[in-house]
Structures are given as C-alpha cells and as structure tokens.
Design a protein around this ligand. Structure first.
Ligand SMILES: C[S@@+](CC[C@H](N)C(=O)[O-])C[C@H]1O[C@@H](n2cnc3c(N)ncnc32)[C@H](O)[C@@H]1O
Length: 371
C-alpha cells in the first residue's frame, strides 16, 4: 500500500460495506456513488456493498450511512442451521487477508497512544437454529492466530473492531472504519423526545435536493437535526449563493435545544411558533423538510388529521410553486389525503422503522404555477 492509499499491484483494495438505517440503502448508495465516486456492487436492507478506487478519510464524511467497514467476507446463502457456524469459522479463518485489512484500517484510524486494543462485535437478527453467542464463538474460533500478539481485548473505545453481522440469510464480516461519531455526529449535544437519527435526517435532506441560494424550512424542528444536516450540505454547496435555513417549534425548550445544537454547525433563523400559523410570507421557501409529531406524541391520535390538515395549508402557502417537501410520518394515509387534496404529487416513498414503529419518508412536489 502506498502512502496515497492506492492499492499496490499485488494487493487490490477489498470491497467496503456500509450499514444504513433499514429502508434508506438506496439513498446511501446514491451518496456513495455521486459524492464518493464509489462503485456500488450490491444493496440489501440496511446494507450497501461497494468499491472505491482509493481509500481515504473521505469515506468517513458519508452522512447517510451509520457505519462503514472493510469487507472481510460476505455471504447471502446462510442456511439458518448450525452448518452456518462452520461457514463462519472457516470463512473467517481462510477467506480474508487479515494483515492487509489491518494495514488499511490503520491508514484511516492511526494508532492512538498506549497498547493496541481490539473488540469483537457479533450482531444477529432473524430466527436461526443457533444462538448469537454460538455465532460469536465461531467467529472468535475463526480469528484464532489472526490478531497480532500484543493487542489487547477491550470492551470500550477499542482502536480496532471486528464485526460479524447476520441478518436473515445474509452475513457480512469486516473491520470497522467509522466510529460512533458517524452515526451520532458531534453537534448533537442535546436531545428532545422523538428526535431523529442524524443519518435519517441526512437522507431526507439528500432527497430534498438542496441547491445554492435556496431557503429551507423545518416547521417542527425538535432538536434541529434536519436543520443541522441541511446546514452541512449547504456548506458543501455554497458556490452560487448561501442557503437560508429556517426552523421553529411550538415547544420553547425545543427551540433552545436546536439553537444549542447548531452553535458549531451554522446560522439558522429560529423561532417559537405554531406550525399551523407560520410567520412567513407566501411562496417564500424552496424546500420543506420535516417530521411532524406522530399520533402517539399528541394528546389523542384523533388530533393528527386536524394538525396535518392545518399544517399542510401552511406548507402550501409558504412553499414556492414547483417547490419540494420531504416528510416523515407514521400516519402516511392521512398525509396523502391532505396533500393530494392540494394537488401535490408524491414522487418517492420509502418505508422505515422509527422508535419501533413503521413510518414513511415521502417526497412531494407542489404543482408549478399555472400560466
Ligand atoms: C417528531 S418531533 C421532531 C423531531 C425533530 N425532527 C428532531 O430531529 O429532533 C415533532 C416536533 O413537533 C413539535 N410540535 C408539535 N406540535 C407543533 C405545532 N403545532 N407547531 C410547531 N411544532 C409543533 C413538537 O414539540 C416536537 O418537537
């Protein structure tokens, strides 16, 4: 491996894989392709396998992925029987060039002070004829002799992490390149109830297609996750005009928390407001990106329809003709009804689970002005 990160002739770069929030893998694949120049090989729920020509720290700047790994081995033909344990053991022992993977890892995550530490993670979802503990043991057996002498096992803040993730008949095994800041970000100092995962907010911002000079609104901003992700994208696309970011919430504490969270991210115009009576001019915003309260957050689930109806009237008033909205709700049927009544059209829908509940992210266009 050269210092530039280019693969040497005899050791090509292995594939990488990214974990995403389930349902948002197509958006992560798009970010990997367009922003990173990666070549996506395969997607499955919550997973994107891809290649890059060069391994650099840029990989850590992905915003719609929860974690990124060097692929040691992968399979989508697990049998759900105990035979899988032999597969895990043998493939872990024989398939990967572990020293090469470790070298690549060290390039992205240089060694910190003290003794080198490592950690082993085994995740398993779905019904299998063996326990997660059995899979983990098989994984550890397969790694025998691969971990350099002098490395110490650590449960916390280990320098290097080896992961095995089993989901139904798919298994991926690799070396983690990202750390917790990829999924949690560093700006999120404070939370409010039902605050979005930053990677989900980033996916919504990506779907909004923000361009230079646009005004972007989150009328139910909570802890400001969507506004923060918008500001990050706005910084990247500044050429041609700054993006104006507007946000507010009915809860004064949420507005305070948002202001705190945005301190190191960028400027936004924030206000305490009722999203059903916005203090904004008509046709003054280009994009609305938001997740209104879910029914179970309100005093009564029956309050959702009147809230969405009144909020949609305001979205329709403040959004420019031809403008776009990206909305995340649990009650998609109600949202559809109120937006279709305003002749808005849905261009995309993605099913995700949030707080254990099925939700939908949908992209809507307000019709252009009639001439
Ligand atoms: C699901 S949370 C938004 C979470 C936010 N996206 C985040 O990442 O933190 C919905 C927010 O809507 C706010 N809210 C409820 N009714 C409102 C109203 N009529 N006007 C403005 N905000 C309202 C709640 O206070 C809550 O913070």
């Amino acid at each position: 491996m050269s210092r530039s990160g280019r693969p040497t002739a005899d050791k090509p770069l292995p594939p990488l894989y990214a974990m995403t929030h389930g349902g948002l893998e197509a958006i992560a694949a798009d970010e990997i392709t367009r922003d990173l120049g990666g070549d996506v090989k395969k997607t499955a729920r919550g997973l994107v396998v891809f290649r890059v020509a060069e391994l650099t720290e840029q990989i850590l700047s992905l915003r719609t992925t929860e974690d990124v790994f060097l692929l040691a081995w992968g399979s989508d033909s697990l049998t759900y029987t105990a035979e899988d344990l032999d597969t895990i053991r043998h493939w872990t022992a024989r398939k990967p060039d572990w020293p090469h993977l470790f070298k690549l890892h060290h390039k992205i995550r240089p060694k910190t002070k003290g003794k080198p530490t490592y950690h082993i993670v085994c995740q398993m979802q779905g019904e299998h004829g063996y326990r997660r503990a059995d899979a983990r043991e098989a994984f550890i057996d397969g790694l025998a002799g691969q971990i350099p002498r002098g490395w110490h096992y650590s449960n916390e803040n280990a320098w290097l992490e080896l992961w095995l993730t089993i989901h139904s008949n798919t298994a991926v095994c690799g070396v983690r390149l990202s750390d917790r800041t990829m999924r949690h970000r560093t700006y999120k100092l404070d939370h409010v109830a039902a605050s979005l995962r930053p990677t989900v907010a980033a996916a919504m911002v990506r779907l909004a297609g923000i361009g230079p000079g646009m005004t972007v609104l989150d009328p139910f901003c909570g802890a400001g996750t969507i506004l923060a992700e918008t500001l990050v994208v706005a910084r990247q696309r500044r050429a041609g005009g700054a993006v104006r970011v507007l946000g507010g919430d009915i809860d004064p504490n949420a507005v305070f928390v948002t202001a705190q969270n945005l301190v190191h991210v960028g400027p936004a115009d924030l206000a305490r407001w009722d999203a059903t009576a916005l203090p904004l001019e008509r046709a003054s915003v280009d994009r609305i990106i938001t997740n209104p309260p879910f029914g179970k957050q309100l005093s009564s689930p029956d309050a959702i329809e009147p809230l969405y109806t009144a909020a949609a009237a305001e979205w329709d008033r403040v959004l420019k003709p031809g403008g776009r909205a990206v909305l995340l709700v649990m009650e998609q049927d109600i949202l559809k009804r109120v937006l279709q009544a305003r002749r808005w059209s849905a261009t995309r829908q993605m099913r995700v689970r949030l707080l254990g509940q099925p939700c939908v992210v949908s992209v809507w266009n307000k019709p252009p002005e009639r001439s």
